[in-house]
Ligand binder design. Structure first.
Ligand SMILES: Nc1nc2c(ncn2[C@@H]2O[C@H](COP(=O)(O)OP(=O)(O)OP(=O)(O)O)[C@@H](O)[C@H]2O)c(=O)[nH]1
Ligand SMILES: C[C@H](OP(=O)(O)O)C(=O)O
Length: 221
């Protein structure tokens, strides 16, 4: 299991200025805790947090997680960081399946994990809204992560080129990565059992139905 985390200070820029730097940093901490709690509840404990940020790595260690410090890259940071981590896992852990999850999907459920575990022979991609990838499960270690714009389609094209049988796993809760204020609204609606919800509630984030162009009106009380 690999969870890449950029840095507490520069993450979630699409939530600025709605959330302050500190609030975005605390949000990322809560989301990570929610994800780890769900994974551990399904006996997934072999988790590596990949980051260049020492604060992230220290926080991961405080959660008793394995960490991997990625190199500084000039470009394509995330995919190069993932490739380095896959190499680290190949060298340190025998024949492991690789599951890549982003750190911003706090609604991932135990049912999602149970599905992955019961389909471990497959190559699984879970779409995020907007054409991204919110879960990549690869047994072929030669597979190249292509996260970034419209990655969901890039991963499918690569799988087809490599003639890897593809399992597209469609889950609303897995598809919700928290990038925008409206995503916070979805979390407030669907994530009442999460630490992320409790934090947003504490800083008075509210949501109401909005019959305008945005379906949800997310605001501070
Ligand atoms: N280790 C590592 N993780 C990254 C990097 N860039 C993004 N991530 C992580 O990849 C996942 C998805 O990235 P994004 O949704 O783009 O997150 P983000 O970069 O914080 O969001 P924006 O700043 O709004 O684009 C999140 O878990 C990020 O923390 C990187 O360079 N290194
Ligand atoms: C990393 C990227 O996330 P997004 O920028 O789509 O939120 C992706 O899903 O490939």
């Amino acid at each position: 299991m690999i969870i890449p985390v950029s840095s507490f200070i520069t993450s979630k820029t699409r939530l600025s200025p709605f959330l302050s730097v500190d609030e975005r940093s605390n949000l990322l901490r809560c989301m990570l805790k929610d994800i780890i709690e769900t994974l551990k509840s399904e006996d997934i404990s072999d988790i590596v947090i990949t980051s260049k940020d020492d604060d992230v790595l220290s926080y991961a260690k405080s959660l008793n997680l394995d960490v991997f410090k990625e190199s500084e890259h000039e470009c394509d940071f995330l995919n190069l960081a993932l490739l380095e981590t896959i190499e680290y896992i190949k060298q340190t852990k025998t024949d492991s399946q690789i599951l890549i999850l982003p750190a911003d999907i706090p609604l991932i459920s135990t049912e999602n994990i149970q599905y992955i575990k019961s389909h471990f022979k497959d190559f699984i991609i879970a779409p995020s809204r907007g054409g991204g990838t919110n879960l990549l499960y690869i047994s072929d270690h030669e597979f190249i992560p292509e996260f970034g714009e419209f990655s969901f389609f890039k991963h499918q094209i690569q799988a087809k080129k490599r003639e890897i049988p593809l399992n597209i796993y469609d889950s609303f809760f897995l598809s919700l990565d928290i990038n925008t204020p409206e995503d916070l609204g979805e979390l407030m609606l669907h994530g009442k059992m999460t630490q992320t919800y409790n934090y947003l509630d504490k800083i008075n984030i509210k949501v109401k139905n909005n019959h305008g162009k945005e379906r949800l009106n997310v605001y501070r009380k």
